[in-house]
Design a binder for this molecule. Structure first.
Ligand SMILES: C[S@@+](CC[C@H](N)C(=O)[O-])C[C@H]1O[C@@H](n2cnc3c(N)ncnc32)[C@H](O)[C@@H]1O
Length: 248
């Protein structure tokens, strides 16, 4: 539901929490492979802007034009940051030969079927040099369905002085379809009153074999499977699954 991200774009950075630890993780990871970085599903491009400010040449893209427009407003003075509107399943940029590509925090699960994932990997592969890396943060399907009650989220560090934002969120997971349904109401309070909009998103989880086959089909070979950002060895019982794969 891309229109939901469109509504979200102007307040995507509602939480001003200092994410530099996460951003540094990606910076150090990329450094092992080179300076040309490709970031799909980037939203505003915050990590991309951080990396570009640290000396990388970054192309970051998102299918939601409102996200990219907001990103351009925030980061228009950042050197070597190219923000684009594109679909991860079908893109063809003039620049190729990227050294490093990453899809963080379950974003790939926004693709609704494995065919879309195969197309995404193939499109990415066409933009990477031989020996370049793709790093993915995924979650494997859980065996049991569950439902989480409504929770209210406030920003850890409010990022705006002219408005308050909070979110009401509930989610449920269906182990048959391997889908997680997240439903939120986003509230925006300013000096005119309170406005809200509904936001819902479905995450599709995939079996490990499906992802490994899709990577292989796109010309990647997996060199590491981890269960956290410290690169702890992944085991069959772990649901958090981080992959490091190399373009052949
Ligand atoms: C959870 S947000 C990404 C958050 C981002 N990783 C960050 O650091 O802020 C997911 C993003 O994926 C984008 N997206 C969804 N489907 C896409 C597609 N097919 N191609 C490119 N971007 C897509 C959405 O527009 C949305 O901005």
């Amino acid at each position: 539901m891309i229109e939901d991200y469109a509504k979200h774009a102007a307040i995507w950075d509602w939480d001003g929490f200092d994410n530099s630890e996460e951003y540094n993780y990606w910076r150090k990871y990329a450094e092992q492979y080179g300076k040309k970085v490709l970031i799909p599903m980037c939203a505003l491009g915050q990590i991309g802007a951080y990396m570009a400010n640290s000396g990388f040449h970054v192309t970051a893209f998102d299918i939601t034009k409102e996200m990219i427009n907001e990103g351009k407003k925030r980061f228009n003075t950042v050197p070597n940051l190219d923000l684009r509107v594109a679909d991860i399943c079908d893109f063809d940029f003039p620049e190729k030969g990227f050294d490093f590509c990453f899809i963080a925090t379950q974003d790939l699960h926004l693709l609704t079927n494995i065919e879309m994932v195969r197309k995404a990997f193939k499109s990415i592969s066409g933009h990477l040099r031989k020996g370049a890396c793709i790093a993915l943060e995924l979650v494997l399907p859980k065996f049991e369905s569950y439902e989480c009650p409504v929770r209210i989220f406030h920003p850890r560090v409010p990022n705006y002085i002219d408005k308050n934002i909070w979110k009401e969120s509930k989610n449920r997971y269906d182990s048959i379809s391997k889908k997680q349904y997240i439903e939120q109401i986003v509230y925006i309070q300013d000096n005119k009153g309170i406005e809200s909009f509904n936001y819902s998103v479905v995450l599709q989880y995939f079996e490990r074999d499906e992802i490994l086959q899709a990577l292989s089909y796109a010309g990647f070979s997996v060199i590491g499977e981890y269960t956290d950002r410290n690169k702890s060895h992944w085991t069959m019982s772990d649901k958090d699954w981080l992959i490091e794969a190399i373009k052949q």
